[in-house]
Ligand binder design. Structure first.
Ligand code: HEC
Ligand code: HEC
Length: 252
């Protein structure tokens, strides 16, 4: 039913999903540009209706994001809230390490803005003000991070063993005992990150890791530890994880 409606609406030149609820794009030319950019660059993976089932999506791990579900991993906003335009832009401009999400440096700023607006038409979550939130203001890294990180990293290792190993494994290789049966919000198997990897999807600097530990990764089993751990403990974990390296390079 939904698809029939969407096909009819697409002949009328209206966004899928959007018009079904009487919504008209506010800026026709930006909308047209966004649609053009999407069809040329994103559709092969993210799919005609933003369902993450484009031609290239088959067998891809993780799968291309299903924009129609309106759930996003890469945010500076509180757990559960929609990402900001800057968050979406960062993903599109920079790509995401260890995934098939490519980086798009050849698009103009206006083209990126247009496609950011366009992908919002796929989910009604973008039409509800209560799903929006401002970025969470995170504290500055503590001074000890540069000067005296080693004893704090050892503290972080102890916390890691206690709290994180069920999923991330004792070797931090993402192979903990709780992994079997873990699912993400899109119904696919969820794979905890290999924290010895040279590149992280969310970035590998201590502030990047602190942000992930504070906000969690929406749509995946990776929780927010804003309540369960103090800020100090989260910085210690960030310091510890920064010391991890792939086994090959660690040996040298
Ligand atoms: C070759 C396949 C491919 C193409 C082409 C592609 N993507 Fe992606 N994209 C992915 C995959 C795979 C992910 C999931 C990454 C993950 O789960 O960490 C993703 C994730 C994203 C996300 C992150 C959503 C979140 O959860 O925060 C955004 C935004 C995005 N893509 C936008 C785009 C846009 C816009 C284009 C076109 C300009 C595009 N993508 C083209 C494969 C692709
Ligand atoms: C319930 C299982 C679970 C627990 C417990 C857990 N994680 Fe995760 N973690 C995950 C999953 C799943 C992902 C991958 C999310 C995704 O799909 O991108 C992840 C991702 C991450 C990332 C992001 C890696 C990247 O590529 O950007 C970091 C950092 C991380 N976890 C650290 C930790 C730390 C530190 C702890 C303990 C305080 C912890 N996690 C506890 C499941 C878990």
């Amino acid at each position: 039913m939904r698809h029939w409606l969407a096909i009819l609406l697409s002949f009328a030149g209206v966004a899928p999903g959007g018009a079904a609820e009487g919504f008209m794009p506010p800026d026709e030319s930006l909308y047209a540009m966004g649609r053009f950019v999407y069809e040329r660059n994103c559709l092969v993976c993210h799919g005609r209706w933003g369902d993450g089932d484009g031609e290239l999506a088959k067998g891809m791990i993780p799968k291309p994001r299903k924009f129609s579900a309106g759930i996003f991993k890469y945010r500076t906003t509180p757990a559960g809230a929609l990402p900001t335009d800057e968050d979406l832009t960062r993903t599109i401009r920079g790509g995401r390490a260890n995934t098939s999400m490519p980086y798009f440096t050849q698009l103009s700023d206006r083209e990126v803005r247009a496609v950011v607006e366009f992908i919002k038409f796929f989910s009604p979550r973008w039409r509800k003000p209560e799903n929006y939130a401002a970025p969470v203001k995170l504290p500055e890294p503590p001074a000890w991070l540069d000067a005296e990180a080693a004893p704090r990293a050892a503290q972080g290792r102890a916390t890691f063993t206690l709290v994180c190993t069920p999923c991330h494994g004792a070797q931090a290789d993402g192979k903990g005992p709780a992994v079997a049966g873990l699912k993400d919000a899109w119904g696919d198997p969820a794979q905890p990150a290999d924290l010895r990897s040279p590149a992280f999807r969310n970035g590998r600097t201590p502030p990047d890791i602190f942000r992930v530990l504070t906000l969690g990764i929406h749509g995946t089993p990776m929780p927010s530890f804003a309540e369960a751990l103090t800020a100090e403990q989260r910085w210690e974990l960030a310091a510890f994880i920064s010391t991890l390296r792939p086994p090959e390079t660690a040996k040298k």
